[in-house]
Design a protein around this ligand. Structure first.
Ligand code: SF4
Ligand code: SF4
Length: 89
């Protein structure tokens, strides 16, 4: 099987960008945002955002777009790369 990395869009069920980065805006259930490496409380068991389409979803989440440099080819790569970026910024 050949995995073809998608350059077009996010992998549903990845959720790395809801775990690795810190988020300073309030999130329902996390009024002070979330620290880096902590799973967002709004990330469900399937690693999908419970607030998708909800106006309470932080604007920063809306803006986080799939980026092959960051998201890599699979979830672990995304967790590592976003974590590294977080550590140097
Ligand atoms: S890290 Fe990338 S691929 Fe994973 S959920 Fe976020 S945008 Fe999608
Ligand atoms: S609010 Fe949704 S998109 Fe934003 S970090 Fe939490 S689970 Fe991810």
């Amino acid at each position: 099987m050949t995995a073809v990395p998608s350059t077009a869009g996010c992998r549903p069920g990845c959720g790395a960008c809801c775990i690795a980065p810190s988020i300073s805006s309030p999130i329902p259930g996390m009024p002070h945002g979330k620290p880096a490496g902590v799973r967002c409380v709004q990330l469900d068991a399937d690693n999908l955002c419970r607030l998708f389409g909800d106006p309470r979803r932080p604007a920063v989440c809306e803006r986080f777009a799939f980026d092959v440099e960051l998201c890599g080819e699979h979830r672990d790569q995304a967790l590592m790369r976003i974590g590294e970026l977080e550590a140097i910024t």
